[in-house]
Design a protein around this ligand. Structure first.
Ligand SMILES: C[S@@+](CC[C@H](N)C(=O)[O-])C[C@H]1O[C@@H](n2cnc3c(N)ncnc32)[C@H](O)[C@@H]1O
Length: 392
């Protein structure tokens, strides 16, 4: 496909997204319906769609309308591309711009602040409150693609061994200060999942701040550890790679853990799926990586930024509080309760922990940390709590 034909495909997909369809499903269906498109075309179209979604407000304003076509015009304007080359109407490319389109759209310097930083209007007050002076730098950081990070499975390889195996496949990496197991991929990220290092369990795809959250969780040798909101099991595997013990994974939606047994096998660790953790005894650590706004990960999942409402946020904070209260009952004497979100919003983070301690005065905060996208990884929050009296 020509670059112009890819732009035309992205325009169609963005129109469907604006009508309410989820981006991932649209891209999958598009690939099925257009078998002539190769892997490079699919990747390029995906990048165009996601680049536009990260900057949905600003590219629509630069293009002059909230349509797929205007968003692509706006994105190309933001990139300084020549619209006469991409919008020719030749082959499968989009039609040339009409007079009105040439004149439509704001200049970059005229974008209102929230539009220019692609902040959702309804969540702007809580984001401003939560981020303080970092509000604008963080919102601007979330307009760009996230770096690709790997977690080295130090049970199977050292950082240097993993780097060498990756380099032999043309995948260049560098270490990252957020976690001693993190490698930032600097070239050929698309080769990772087909490569040896990945197939042999030496590395997993995992954001560096997500790894740092797992690093913060206290493990004791031979202990019993529960990942209470395990999802795909990224944090379960990061914990299990750190030491010996019995690792359990639970999720209210067990189908999300479908791939976890295979991933654990590949990583050389054992993870027990706990359908009813309340029947599995007490634990030395219960980690609650709770459902959240995902605001720290909006670079990876940009549509969540535009679809989340303040009501959704209020519902989520209720769920988070209920999960913490339930999980606290699964922690044994002297054990720890871990809490994590990939959120930048304090109602889901520090305020949630403060409220938990108010409801449960026997617990104290042992560690607490907000990770900012300005540090390179996703925005994450993590806290470790311990019951002071040892009673349960
Ligand atoms: C942020 S995701 C977890 C991501 C995962 N820990 C990882 O690192 O890949 C939150 C998970 O919480 C699960 N969840 C939602 N409500 C829950 C509940 N009441 N109890 C347990 N899990 C819940 C969701 O199904 C979802 O998989």
């Amino acid at each position: 496909m020509t670059p112009a034909a890819r732009v035309a495909a992205a325009i169609g997909l963005l129109d469907e997204w604006l009508a309410g369809a989820p981006a991932e499903r649209l891209l999958t269906n598009w690939a099925r319906a257009n078998r002539y498109a190769g892997a490079r075309d699919r990747a390029a179209i995906r990048d165009l769609v996601f680049d536009a979604l990260r900057r949905c407000r600003s590219v629509a304003a630069l293009g002059g309308a909230q349509t797929g076509r205007a968003m692509m015009i706006g994105l190309m304007r933001a990139r300084g591309e020549d619209l006469n080359v991409l919008f020719t109407g030749e082959g499968y490319g989009p039609a040339p711009l009409c007079e009105a389109e040439w004149n439509a759209g704001l200049a970059p310097d005229d974008l209102p602040e929230l539009v220019g930083c692609d902040c959702p209007e309804a969540l702007a007050p809580v984001l401003r409150d939560s981020l303080g002076r970092d509000f604008l730098p963080v919102m601007h950081a979330l307009q760009d693609r996230a770096p690709v990070f790997l977690r080295v499975n130090t049970r199977l390889a050292s950082l240097e061994q993993a780097r060498a195996t990756l380099a032999a496949e043309g995948i260049e990496t560098r270490s990252h200060p957020l976690s001693p197991t993190a490698l930032e991929v600097t070239s050929n990220a698309r080769r990772i999942q087909a490569g040896r290092a990945f197939a042999d369990g030496l590395v997993e795809l995992q954001d560096a701040a997500s790894q740092a959250v797992a690093d913060m969780m206290p493990l004791i040798p031979g202990g019993r550890f529960l990942d209470y909101c395990a999802g795909g099991g990224g944090k379960t595997l990061a914990l299990a790679a750190r030491g010996e013990g019995a690792f359990f994974a639970h999720d209210a939606a067990p189908e999300r853990m479908r791939d976890l047994p295979d991933r654990a096998n590949r990583a050389g660790v054992r993870v027990t799926i706990a359908a009813r953790p309340q029947d599995a005894g007490l634990f030395d650590l219960v980690l609650c990586d709770v459902p959240c706004s995902g605001s720290g990960a909006w670079r990876r999942s940009p549509e969540a930024k535009w679809r989340m409402t303040p009501d959704d946020l209020a519902r989520l904070t209720d769920v988070q509080a209920a999960i913490l209260d339930r999980a606290a009952g699964l922690v044994g004497p002297g054990g720890a309760l871990g809490y994590a979100t990939c959120s930048l919003i304090s109602a889901e983070n520090g305020a949630q922990i403060d409220a938990f301690v108010q409801r449960n005065p026997a617990w104290r905060v042992e560690a607490e940390r907000q990770f900012s996208p300005l540090e390179g990884g996703d925005g994450f929050f993590a806290a470790v709590l311990r019951r002071e009296t040892g009673e349960c």
